[in-house]
Write a protein that binds this ligand. Structure first.
Ligand SMILES: Cc1cc2nc3c(=O)[nH]c(=O)nc-3n(C[C@H](O)[C@H](O)[C@H](O)COP(=O)(O)OP(=O)(O)OC[C@H]3O[C@@H](n4cnc5c(N)ncnc54)[C@H](O)[C@@H]3O)c2cc1C
Length: 439
């Protein structure tokens, strides 16, 4: 994500770029192709609401900056009721093709195993940075790599879902078209079914952590069994909440809990179970997930998994130009800098590509103001965050400076978010326009 966007931005500024991608020569456990910008888990870029949502605002900023990731996401969008979901293969294929075709870009397949001493580099090797490069980075930073765990949500073949039990509907019928309003498949549970499911989840065999690994989860991506461990009702107020949905087969009966599945490819042949990332063992997963009404005969295209995330302690290691303070010929971008998510990673790539190009061309360029979504993220990871407790961060309005004179609390939220996004759009537009003058 970050590397593709960085290359695109720098190449469009007129810089010659070489992309070094280790796949398909060297793989990771999560990637399945040799394409650039492969989405390894969910096929969603999350909310596309650029007035009330911080990630939607990040979409807006990347579109305004002629971002490749957003352009290809828009071109390969799938209906998802207000979220920006894409056909993952078509999306990654298109990003790869556009970069291949760019006259200023060359793509070299092969793993980089050491940090180069000269030249301008952007290290955007992501959460699954290869072990040899990871060791080289750890040596250069003098800081031990930090690790935490996410988990992959399972994917089901659509034809194996029992539609006499499940029904299609987006929560609160959200979306402009009928297709969007029916973008999710819903599986209802009674109280007894829910209780039995929670029991099975708690009893299921889980993957153990390797010795010496510290399991600190990122709260936005908790495995379902960990949520269940936190309280029997937690899932019913999280991914299994029954609100905004009416059972098409039995409109009078309110479901006690609902499992939602979201379309995973353009053909509509695959659906992922929303929010069901897990570290249960494979055998346990199939038996537990088949307890979900409508999924009794489900076939799984992919089961959930567990993975490692590599990221720097950016507040201490990076300067405000995203350069490693101790070796300023190296910039870092993407998830490895301690942002979390496809969109955030791509946004940090966009910025790194522009900053690198400006430096090479002798132009002064600063990061956008912290009032923008891109700026809020970079300010957070290179300064705003507490280095001692630094953990990967999603973009959110909590990172934005307050707009004076607006009401706090839940009631003022709508006006406040609108004010944040209006201000961000104006400031980001100015930042882009200033570059046009100097380019
Ligand atoms: C299993 C898993 C599931 C995730 N699920 C989600 C999700 O559902 N939603 C979400 O928003 N985010 C998710 N993330 C987090 C994150 O958003 C993605 O990993 C995202 O792709 C990060 O973008 P990136 O550009 O930093 O890294 P990547 O997209 O992973 O790109 C890094 C690239 O560098 C290559 N590489 C690594 N080491 C070397 C080397 N030494 N030499 C050459 N090339 C190298 C890799 O092959 C890869 O192509 C997930 C992460 C993982 C690991």
């Amino acid at each position: 994500m970050a590397g593709s966007e960085a290359a695109w931005q720098a190449a469009n500024a007129g810089v010659q770029v070489v992309i070094h991608e280790m796949r398909p020569k060297v793989g990771t456990f999560a990637h399945q192709s040799g394409d650039l910008a492969e989405m390894v888990c969910s096929n969603s870029f999350r909310s596309d609401d650029d007035e009330q949502n911080a990630v939607g605002l990040l979409h807006w900023e990347m579109r305004a900056a002629n971002g490749l990731i957003m352009a290809m996401a828009d071109a390969h969008q799938l209906p998802a009721g207000g979220a920006l979901a894409v056909d993952r293969e078509a999306f990654a294929g298109a990003v790869t093709a556009r970069l291949h075709a760019h006259p200023n870009v060359r793509i070299e397949a092969g793993e980089i195993t050491a940090l180069p001493d000269s030249g301008h580099w952007i290290v955007a090797t992501g959460p699954l940075t290869s072990p040899s490069l990871g060791a080289a980075i750890a040596e250069a930073t003098g800081t031990d790599r930090l690790a935490f765990f996410d988990a992959i949500a399972p994917i089901v073949y659509t034809e194996s879902i029992d539609m006499s039990v499940a029904w299609e509907q987006s929560r609160y019928d959200k979306g402009d078209t009928q297709e969007e309003q029916r973008a999710y498949i819903n599986c209802p549970m009674t109280k007894d079914q829910y209780e039995a499911f929670i029991d099975a989840l708690l009893a299921a065999e889980k993957t153990e952590f390797h010795e010496g690994e510290t399991a600190t989860y990122f709260d936005g991506c908790l495995p379902i069994e960990v949520m269940a461990e936190r309280g029997r009702e937690t899932l019913r107020f999280g991914p299994m909440k029954p609100v905004g949905l009416t059972n098409a087969h039995d409109p009078q009966t309110k479901a006690y809990a609902v499992v939602q599945l979201r379309r995973d490819n353009a053909l509509g042949t695959l659906y992922n179970i929303v929010g069901f990332q897990t570290k249960m063992k494979y055998g346990a997963q199939t038996s537990v997930f088949k307890m979900i009404p409508g999924l009794e005969n489900a076939s799984f295209a992919r089961l959930g998994g567990i993975h490692r995330n590599t990221f720097l302690n950016s507040p201490t290691l990076l300067d405000d130009q995203m350069r490693l303070k101790s070796r300023p010929n190296l910039r870092f971008a993407g998830q490895v800098t301690g942002v979390e998510g496809y969109v955030e990673s791509a946004a940090m790539g966009l910025l790194a590509g522009r900053l690198a190009a400006a430096e090479i061309q002798g132009r002064a360029l600063e990061s956008p103001s912290g009032t923008t979504a891109t700026g809020a993220l970079i300010h957070h990871i290179t300064g705003g965050a507490d280095a001692k407790t630094f953990q990967p961060m999603n973009v959110n309005f909590g990172l934005f400076p307050a707009v004076e004179g607006l009401k706090g609390g839940r009631r003022g939220r709508k006006d406040r978010y609108k004010a944040y996004t209006d201000r961000a759009k104006a400031d980001f537009t100015n930042w882009l326009q200033d570059q046009e003058v100097t380019l």
